[in-house]
Write a protein that binds this ligand. Structure first.
Ligand SMILES: [Zn+2]
Length: 249
């Protein structure tokens, strides 16, 4: 399959950002889906988008978590999964990889690069670490316009992950990659590599392929029907952008 991986240019055009800012309110039963940049994301989730920015978490000097069971580093698993997801989507979407090799990219730079695509969505791929008994996927979101896609991704990952234990599922958390981009954005924790059994699953390329296929399906469904069937939107919360000093980064 021909892949159209493109590296993104640094965001420099602040005036462009301002001119693209839109607010898409709902009126009665008719729904206007989010398009363009929006600071708070207090709007329904996107429909009909054509650009998907895939962020492989960590990279370079930042290895992320590492599995005590397989020795694999999170940054390796995220890059592999991101590329698999890109391969799934590239026929139907303009796919942008935040990084395509073992490169370190600052979180704030990831945000700025994502905002270069006002009609896109951002999906950041991670693998989790915690107490050894925890296993299962988690989907982090903050913005109202990211809720529906988070629901779809969590449901899809749950289908792949047969055994779960103590995982939090959907989590509304204010972190840089869920709060600061001006487009719908998610952070997916695909599994706990601190858990012996789940780390062995995540070390299997065939399992990561299943995860990528599942996430791709969720993105396709969101693009086709927006938030339909994903339940009520969460309450809007006005909050300042997250920073490196935020204790929950
Ligand atoms: Zn991570």
């Amino acid at each position: 399959m021909k892949l159209l991986f493109k590296f993104i240019l640094p965001l420099t055009l602040a005036a462009f950002v301002t001119s693209c800012a839109t607010h898409a309110p709902t009126h009665g039963t008719s729904t206007t889906y989010s398009r363009g940049l929006d600071v708070y994301g207090h709007r329904p989730g996107p429909k009909g988008f054509r650009t998907v920015i895939i962020d492989a978490g960590h990279g370079g000097k930042d290895s992320g978590a590492s599995s005590p069971h397989t020795g694999q580093m999170e940054k390796q698993l995220t890059l592999d999964t991101a590329k698999r997801l890109a391969a799934q989507l590239s026929g139907d979407f303009h796919v942008v990889l935040m990084r395509s090799d073992d490169t370190f990219v600052e979180l704030d730079d990831r945000v700025a690069r994502a905002d270069h695509y006002p009609d896109g969505i951002l999906v950041s791929i991670h693998y989790n670490s915690g107490p050894s008994n925890l296993r299962g996927p988690e989907s982090y979101y903050w913005r109202v316009d990211s809720h529906g896609l988070a629901v779809r991704c969590q449901q899809a990952l749950n289908q792949v992950c047969a055994v779960k234990s103590g995982n939090r599922g959907m989590v509304r958390r204010h972190i840089r990659l869920t709060r600061n981009p001006q487009i719908p954005c998610l952070l997916l924790e695909c599994g706990y590599i601190s858990n012996a059994a789940e780390s062995r699953l995540c070390a299997d390329p065939a399992y990561r392929q299943k995860l990528a296929v599942a996430i791709a399906g969720a993105i396709r469904t969101q693009a086709a029907i927006g938030d339909a069937g994903t339940g009520p939107l969460p309450a809007p919360i006005n909050s300042p952008p997250s920073s490196a000093h935020d204790p929950r980064q």
